[in-house]
Design a protein around this ligand. Structure first.
Ligand SMILES: Cc1cc2nc3c(=O)[nH]c(=O)nc-3n(C[C@H](O)[C@H](O)[C@H](O)COP(=O)(O)OP(=O)(O)OC[C@H]3O[C@@H](n4cnc5c(N)ncnc54)[C@H](O)[C@@H]3O)c2cc1C
Length: 498
């Protein structure tokens, strides 16, 4: 006979999404079981973080001090060789009016260290964390999800009943299918080939901790300093170039590097790591998608289980931890304050989609601004965008409905043009004349960084939270401590103009 245990919430997956959600629930005294298939530390890509994760979410999780001591590389912003300008240009988080100066940085992290820190913290905060426990299926009461079936370390099949299940199992697992279909983007259809290098060069301080993104003929590179000597390097190319990997990953990577002068220069004296967890050249593809729904009765999706767009502006961990916060807020409100499930999860989904859409539109504009018309990769992005949008609009229209997912993939072209204009002004900054942005450029930077980091302020919750406006009609607002939802007062609703 199978052993059954009872919990308030079962969380599937111990990445940043799962750890964050489970911790924020346990901190409100709920009984939480987190099941993680692997043994931590385990490898994961996604090393460049945003300030919202560090100063918003990690602060709520009680991790600020531990993070400071961990010795991760400080990231003050991003440096880009992108668009018309042959010279690299830089944006700093500090130029966003929404981010206070002391918090205008994030970290570049070795994910196995960062994720383990989050997972161990979850256990300390009262989550029942079980590694090497893989969820095999969901339990249902009618249409409602009410638990999971999983396999423990000894290979025994067991059951955990729960009021709620959070799927934070990332891009690989198929649990999400119980909630809805995954809709892949027509615009972002790339693959990445990536590895690790010792001894790569650094930009001069204060840019030495920045992520560097360099466009080249077939796509673009990321160059992320993980320590004084270790660098994560990845080539993102259109999946049409998949044949170029046939020569072998090593050869393909060397060819990509050779065709990108900036990355070649930075790696001139470096050697690729060939042993240990960083010793492999890895490939990832099919990462740009959104699920048509993010919840169903008894269950929510967070992080990569729900959606991901593209690595260029480091939105992955941020969207994972932010959605985890929204999910935890909702479940805390339902379990503690007996708030209505539909209402809470609708607020969760609307806010999550809003941020996904903001990034999607921003990233579409960012890709679209690239001027190298002669390159197939960049030309294809433009063509795909136009055709995909019209095609999707048409199909959505004639199909007589617009699912949430379809709407997500229909981008707001007017907004994209506006963002693109702002980006092009930024990109034309003469770095020699103004190595660290001159005051007159800051207005544009503000808009840029605000788009890219808008969520930082939303996720960023201090001990005191000022009066807030609902984001949507009849919407909810976060409680003062950020752990739950509460009803908007008449005055906050009036202030929002609703
Ligand atoms: C090429 C590339 C580059 C990227 N670069 C960045 C970047 O620079 N910055 C950034 O922020 N993001 C980046 N990302 C995105 C980032 O990797 C993800 O968004 C992030 O890891 C999502 O976190 P998560 O918690 O949702 O999922 P994950 O980190 O994938 O964690 C999911 C966990 O669930 C576990 N699991 C899976 N199935 C089961 C099961 N059945 N039972 C139990 N456990 C299970 C897995 O073992 C895993 O530990 C990048 C992505 C790609 C593809």
């Amino acid at each position: 006979m199978q052993i059954a245990e009872d919990f308030d919430v079962v969380v599937i997956g111990g990445g940043p999404g799962g750890s964050t959600a489970s911790t924020l629930l346990a901190m409100q005294n709920h009984r939480v079981l987190l099941l993680e298939r692997d043994k931590f530390p385990r490898y994961q890509i996604g090393e460049s973080l945003l300030p919202a994760t560090i100063h918003g979410i990690c602060k709520m999780l009680g991790l600020s001090e531990e993070l400071k001591k961990a010795g991760f590389v400080r990231k003050l912003g991003g440096t880009f060789r992108w668009g018309k300008n042959a010279e690299p240009w830089t944006f700093n988080f500090s130029t966003a009016s929404t981010i206070s100066a002391p918090k205008a940085y994030a970290y570049q992290v070795e994910r196995q260290k960062f994720d383990t820190m989050l997972l161990r913290n979850a256990a300390r905060k009262g989550v029942d964390v079980r590694e090497q426990h893989a969820v095999k299926s969901l339990l249902f009461d009618g249409d409602r999800v009410c638990g999971v079936e999983f396999v423990d370390t000894d290979g025994n099949t067991r059951i955990a009943n729960a009021m709620y299940v959070i799927d934070a199992s990332g891009h690989q697992s198929h649990v999400y299918k119980h909630v809805g279909e995954r809709i892949y983007s027509n615009f972002f259809q790339n693959l990445a080939l990536f590895g690790y290098y010792e001894g790569g060069d650094r930009f001069p301080a204060p840019r030495d901790g920045n992520i560097f993104c360099a466009a080249f003929e077939e796509g673009w590179f990321w160059y992320i300093p993980l320590s004084n000597t270790l660098t994560s390097v990845g080539a993102v190319v259109s999946k049409q170039y998949v044949d170029q990997l046939k020569v072998g990953h090593e050869e393909a990577m060397n060819r990509f590097i050779a065709s990108c002068p900036e990355i070649s220069r930075l790696l001139a004296n470096a050697r690729r790591v060939t042993e240990g967890v960083y010793g492999e050249l890895r490939v990832r593809r099919d990462w740009s998608y959104t699920n048509e729904r993010f919840w169903k009765p008894g269950m929510v999706l967070v992080g990569d289980a729900a959606c991901f767009i593209d690595p260029v502006f480091s939105s992955g961990v941020h969207l994972a931890t932010y959605s985890a916060l929204l999910a935890a807020r909702s479940i805390n409100s339902i379990l503690t304050d007996e708030m209505d499930e539909d209402r809470c999860f609708e607020e969760f989904e609307k806010r999550y989609r809003r941020e996904f859409r903001n990034f999607y539109e921003f990233l579409t504009a960012f890709y679209d601004m690239h001027q190298h018309e002669d390159s197939y990769f960049w030309k294809a992005r433009k063509i795909l965008k136009t055709e995909a949008s019209m095609q999707e609009a048409f199909v959505t229209l004639v199909a007589g409905g617009s699912s949430m997912g379809d709407e997500e993939l229909l981008v707001d072209n007017k907004k994209i043009e506006q963002i693109k204009g702002e980006l092009q002004v930024l990109e034309n900054v003469d770095e020699d004349a103004a190595p660290y942005f001159s005051a007159e450029k800051e207005a544009f930077l503000d808009v840029l960084v605000e788009e890219a980091t808008q969520i930082q302020t939303q996720a960023s919750v201090g001990s005191k939270r000022g009066a807030e406006k609902p984001l949507f009609e009849n919407g909810l607002i976060p409680s003062a401590d950020g752990f739950r939802w509460r009803e908007a007062t008449a005055s906050s609703t009036a202030a929002s103009g609703m």
